[in-house]
Design a protein around this ligand. Sequence first.
Ligand code: ARG
Length: 286
Amino acid sequence: MSQFDSPFSDSFLMCPPEHFEVSYVINPWMEGNVAHDDKALAARQWQILHDGLRAVAQVELMPSAAGVPDMVFTANGGLVLGDKVILSRFRHIERQAEEAHFDAWFAAHGMQVLHMPDDVPFEGAGDALFDRQGGQLWLGHGHRSDIRSAPLIAGWLDTEVQTLQLVDPRFYHLDTCFCPLNGGYLLYFPEAFDQASQKAIASRVPEQRRIAVGLADALHFACNAVNSGRHIFLNRASDGLCAQLQALGFEVHQTPLSEFLKAGGAAKCLTLKLTEPVQAATVPAV
Ligand code: ARG
């Protein structure tokens, strides 16, 4: 039994936005937004996401801390599988102080914390996403995480890793443009990937399971979605995309997160899934 067991099957880690602000620029979304944030609005938006998720899943909270304004984006704390966590090594110095906070929280919760070499940036579940159908992991690289992390992750977690090259600086983490959903579906923005990666995605996910979004939805962070069971939480999605997801049996919860978009993050970035099940590395037939 893990300490995250609860009446709900999924558990997510969140960090309240008490110290959240845009105080530096490390992605294109932050440009022009330094000191332009509304703290009261950010707090309300975060709370609505938290309460919505709390109604369908377990939510763990870690304390926020001064001096690490982006720690609210817990997806970047590490990559969890079973009771193991691969701690992030942030590419930018501005976020490196978060590592000690995440390390302490994971260790205090009985998890085995694995560390990347000093010179191998890896930004956790911002760039590393498990396929919901099998044990395979998708790893985005090109902006933040280093492709050299792939064999280390594969060995530590005994999982197959499919790397994907990100090519648009606005979609600098995999979870900004790619979201595996229950049932083997994939919500994604194809143009954020190079041609070879688009082919790799097409070869692994059958066409009828691929939900490709257009630029407008992608820029509203529609792919930065939290999926628990049939529930999907996201900042905003077009009527067409909502209808498409609903037709597949999903319930879409739009929770506006404009204050966090100013830092380059939305729903998925604000959560870290703590209950990724260990499963066989073979992908079952769909
Ligand atoms: N300002 C943060 C950064 O640039 C935002 C992180 C968003 N997190 C995510 N998982 N996409 O690192």
